[in-house]
Design a protein around this ligand. Structure first.
Ligand code: HEC
Ligand code: HEC
Ligand code: HEC
Ligand code: HEC
Ligand code: HEC
Ligand code: HEC
Ligand code: HEC
Ligand code: HEC
Length: 353
């Protein structure tokens, strides 16, 4: 079982009751005179025979209730029209639109040319579970924080007959992840400081707020943070946000009126935990930065010698991947500004050494 964190029960009995009313009202049952004219599409059922309600029904509440995750969902490839349409082979739709509710999202894409056969999409309930169950356990939704097994239903072995499946790093992401150091990390260390980098939950909650802090600052920040009741391993949702995008933002510099990439999204994500601090010097001729290790900030787990330089052989990347100004350490050729700063050498899903 996936340990799940919960916000406090913010819904009163009254609003839970209203929720129930509005859901039943939406279903077109009861005394609504128009009910007879409304065609409710019939979707498939889950393994407990519960019928899915369709993404448009989730959106009736969530578009106003939680606009941020809804916006990122629509920006993601799960929630946009792709090149697979609703008339595709069912074998394809078993991943591209298993519930068959992709078409209910078409009204949100009126400005786009939709596929002739109708839109296919990965609807909300593929990840969050069948909707009607809310009625039984208001305000809980069946699967508020889907784990890597849910993603793995579709991001495992992809049919090799489709050329698009072979591009990028998509080959069996689930298996690569399950064998990685991240999937076997010390997720059960429950000190918030340790869990900031060793768990999914604390990283998602505090990662953005603590970005850029060195070992000392992190230690001070987490001194007063309370332990979370349950923690889970670093996994898909730790690195990918609700829109599938990496959970970090890029850093740019303003040089001679130009915006220049300094640290990419990927670099900032990986080094949020695999800490390293750099000085960046702008080279006007090439319009790029060059980087050296900033030894004035020590990463958590970083050990220094008497001159404040990294002690080599300790398992953090500051003693292996970047060079110091005095040449005492020569690093790998990493370009922190590159979108694929780490991917050139590491598979982010199969991150063993
Ligand atoms: C009748 C309105 C309504 C509908 C329809 C609805 N929800 Fe919700 N949902 C809520 C409310 C209210 C909350 C609680 C918000 C909060 O705690 O901040 C919520 C919370 C959630 C959460 C976060 C749960 C958590 O514990 O953090 C998820 C995920 C979610 N809904 C998904 C869905 C999905 C998927 C559907 C469609 C199958 C759906 N919702 C349909 C009202 C609705
Ligand atoms: C096991 C799940 C699965 C099955 C079955 C599957 N796909 Fe995919 N497909 C995916 C995933 C996941 C991606 C995204 C891969 C990535 O970017 O890493 C994808 C991407 C694609 C893309 C590129 C994205 C786009 O929409 O343009 C096409 C085209 C595609 N699939 C077509 C098909 C066709 C045709 C079939 C049936 C022969 C099929 N797929 C069967 C999971 C699947
Ligand atoms: C590909 C899987 C997937 C799909 C599709 C998906 N979600 Fe989520 N959702 C997640 C995951 C994982 C989380 C928890 C991590 C996070 O917040 O990003 C989440 C979190 C949420 C939350 C709580 C976020 C918050 O900030 O409180 C809401 C609400 C939600 N989803 C609603 C929806 C709705 C509505 C849809 C469809 C329009 C949807 N989700 C589609 C995977 C998905
Ligand atoms: C029901 C099947 C299904 C589930 C469950 C699912 N995905 Fe996907 N995912 C897809 C398909 C299909 C695509 C490609 C869609 C397209 O382009 O048409 C995709 C695309 C993506 C992409 C975009 C890849 C790129 O190249 O831009 C990411 C990232 C992703 N998924 C992550 C996740 C995560 C994380 C989860 C779990 C929280 C998840 N997916 C759950 C089917 C699924
Ligand atoms: C939330 C924090 C976090 C993020 C983000 C993160 N990692 Fe990790 N990573 C860890 C932890 C913790 C371990 C060590 C797990 C263990 O051995 O217990 C690890 C292990 C690794 C290892 C194996 C190291 C070894 O000594 O075997 C590699 C390689 C790696 N990560 C690369 C990456 C890359 C590349 C990224 C960005 C795509 C990344 N990590 C993002 C926390 C993180
Ligand atoms: C700033 C992020 C961060 C913090 C905070 C942090 N760690 Fe780590 N820890 C890592 C990373 C990243 C690795 C993997 C290093 C590598 O292999 O390159 C790691 C590795 C480890 C390892 C070695 C794991 C192995 O399998 O070899 C142990 C043990 C460990 N950490 C314990 C702790 C404890 C205990 C705490 C809290 C007192 C803590 N860490 C706090 C990021 C962190
Ligand atoms: C340690 C962080 C990390 C974890 C954990 C992680 N990813 Fe990724 N993922 C990345 C990075 C980095 C990329 C490269 C694309 C980018 O930079 O946006 C990526 C790319 C992808 C892509 C696009 C692949 C392509 O063909 O380009 C998909 C799909 C995806 N991840 C799904 C998943 C799923 C599913 C899981 C869980 C089983 C997962 N990821 C776990 C960091 C991670
Ligand atoms: C030019 C290739 C290259 C690039 C780019 C690169 N690495 Fe590495 N990395 C390696 C090699 C080779 C090793 C194994 C080194 C060893 O064991 O001495 C390694 C080892 C690691 C380890 C294990 C701990 C250690 O230092 O030995 C981690 C964690 C890691 N890399 C993370 C990252 C992250 C995060 C990025 C992006 C910021 C990155 N790497 C970029 C080549 C690279």
């Amino acid at each position: 079982m996936e340990p799940v964190l919960r916000k406090s029960n913010r819904i009163s009995c009254l609003s839970a009751f209203l929720l129930f009313i509005s859901l039943t009202a939406c279903s077109g049952g009861g005394a609504d005179p128009a009910a007879g004219n409304i065609t409710i599409p019939v979707f498939s059922t889950d393994d407990q025979n519960v019928t899915y309600i369709g993404s448009d029904r989730c959106l009736t509440c969530h578009e106003t209730l939680t606009p941020d995750p809804v916006a990122s969902y629509f920006a993601s490839r799960h929630g946009r029209p792709g090149s697979v349409d609703a008339t595709a082979d069912p074998a394809c739709l078993s991943c591209h639109d298993p519930i068959g509710d992709g078409g209910t999202l078409a009204p949100w894409f009126r400005d786009l040319p939709l596929p002739a056969g109708g839109m296919a999409a990965v609807g909300c309930e593929n990840c969050h579970g069948a909707g009607p169950l809310h009625l039984a356990i208001i305000p809980d939704h069946p699967n508020p924080v889907p784990d890597f097994n849910v993603c793995g239903k579709c991001h495992g072995t992809l049919p090799a007959s489709v050329p698009e499946h072979g591009t990028g790093i998509s080959a069996n992401i689930l298996a690569a992840y399950q064998q990685s150091a991240h999937a076997t990390s010390l997720g059960t260390i429950d000190y918030p400081l340790c869990a900031r980098c060793h768990s999914d939950d604390v990283f998602r909650q505090y990662g953005a707020e603590t970005a850029g802090m060195d070992g000392e600052q992190l230690t001070a920040f987490f001194r007063d943070v309370e332990r979370l009741p349950a923690l889970s391993l670093i996994q898909c949702r730790t690195c990918h946000n609700h829109g599938g995008i990496l959970r970090a933002s890029a850093t740019t510099g303003a040089e001679n009126g130009q915006t220049v990439s300094k640290y990419s999204r990927q670099f900032n994500l990986c080094t949020a935990c695999h800490q390293v601090f750099l000085t960046a010097t702008f080279n006007p001729a090439s319009s790029t930065y060059s980087y050296l290790l900033d030894t004035s900030k020590t990463p958590y787990h970083g050990i220094t010698d008497l001159e404040g330089r990294p002690v080599q052989g300790v398992a953090v990347i500051w003693d292996t991947h970047f060079a110091t100004a005095d040449g005492s350490i020569a690093g790998y050729a990493v370009n922190p500004a590159a979108e694929q700063a780490c991917l050139g050498c590491h598979d982010p899903h199969g991150t063993t050494k």
